[in-house]
Design a protein. Sequence first.
Length: 298
Amino acid sequence: MDYIDYYKILDLKKDASTEDIKKAYRKLARKHHPDLNPNNEEANKKFQQINEANEVLSDPEKRKKYDKYGKDWQHADQLDAQEQQRRQYQSQGGGYGGNSYSGGFGGEDFSDFFSSMFGGGGGRSSKNSPFKGQDYNADLQLNLLDAYTTHKQTLTVNGKQVRITIPAGVENGQKIKLPGYGAPGVNNGPPGDLFIKFNITDDPKFKRKGNDIYIQEEVDLYTAVLGGEKIVETLNGKVKLKIPEGTQPDTTLRLKGKGFPVYKKDNQFGDLYIKWQVKIPTNLNTEQKELFEKLSKF
């Protein structure tokens, strides 16, 4: 796997602060976001790289490993353990074919270290130790209606087309794992995995809380007082509702099973809560005002 310079992707220096990383990510993510660059594969690829770079550099522990091991930062624990074994072996009078290693190294120097440790003059059985490939991370933006139904989407991840099925009911911030869709393994090791994080945009009408949906519907004063009917739009179609006479402002009606689908549970849904907003008439004429005055005396 080729070395990926995350600092270069975010146009940063290696001593960049956490705030520098956050600002650079926000600026570049907005510029290359798929919504602003429809059908632009190059922008989509760049967006994935930006997210991957931010995923690593914004995490202090991951960044530390990346600064030390470069492209193989995800194998830091194994490599640290092997280096400790090598030093212990040397302290006991052994050696690795005369090769020695001391000090730190950056991502660009890692291939030389890997070679001196496992290649040429004499590594032991660890020479061909397999390592799992690097995991990839991607963000996928959906609107509320997208998340309401099971559907398929095609993503471009590291230049490859990946077709996935998105189950109905995914939540904002939820991650799913696609095994084997990450980077190729090292020394015939297994490939890494692909982790997709869903970012669900807010809907102007429907407010989601877990599997329940909340909306506000306006009803005129006369219908609230006298009763009547109103057609209300839900996520899966329109329904006709009866409004009882004397309905008070902010009265909430619950429609069972008309909410959001429960993730990976067939035919299970949350509820829909409708809050009635009674509209008070304005700009009344003289006759209308007189009628209200008469009503107020009863």
